[in-house]
Design a protein around this ligand. Structure first.
Ligand code: ADP
Length: 152
């Protein structure tokens, strides 16, 4: 059986923190699906297509990485593709509390799917897409926080 992980997120935009988690997951799995959430109830700064294009550029030389846009429940996305692992990154204890409840609810919804966590590299702990968006809105320089493929 192929070991496949889904890394779900908004990636609005993708940051160096996300890239680091994905790169560290690649040796552990046969395939990593980056699943870009596009839910109508969430206001995004960048369109799903734009977010996808940047991620595609970043991982163009990684044959194990595939990219999809999805909406709805992550566990439904996993079930449809027969995926048994959800990958998430952890930065802080606040992330942990938030992720814990999502992962435990997901287990109830789909006991065949497990969530695995990768702890962020220390230099990426303060980076979040929402802070990057704030810097963009205020015309600041984001080059230290996002991969060079993200051009805004
Ligand atoms: P969501 O809207 O689902 O939280 P994000 O795109 O913000 O989506 O994050 C996707 C995943 O990446 C989450 O598991 C989040 O904790 C993780 N993540 C975000 N920023 C970092 C970072 N700097 N280091 C490690 N993991 C991160």
């Amino acid at each position: 059986m192929k070991k496949i992980a889904v890394f779900p997120g908004s990636f609005d935009p993708i940051t160096l923190g996300h890239v680091s988690v994905i790169k560290r997951a690649i040796p552990l799995f046969d395939q990593v699906i980056i699943a870009i959430g596009d839910n109508a109830d969430k206001k995004h700064m960048f369109t799903a297509k734009q977010r996808e294009n940047w991620i595609r550029e970043v991982f163009k030389n990684e044959p194990k990485v595939t990219i999809e846009i999805y909406s709805g429940l992550t566990v439904e996305f996993c079930k449809q593709r027969n995926v048994h692992f959800i990958l998430r990154g952890l930065r802080t204890s606040a992330d942990f509390e938030f992720e814990r409840s999502i992962a435990q609810i997901n287990r109830r919804l789909a006991p065949e799917v497990d969530t695995l966590f990768i702890l962020t590299e220390s230099q990426y702990t303060p980076i979040s897409s929402s802070i990057v968006r704030d810097v963009i809105r205020n015309n600041g320089n984001i080059s230290e926080f996002v991969p060079p493929e993200v051009k805004v």
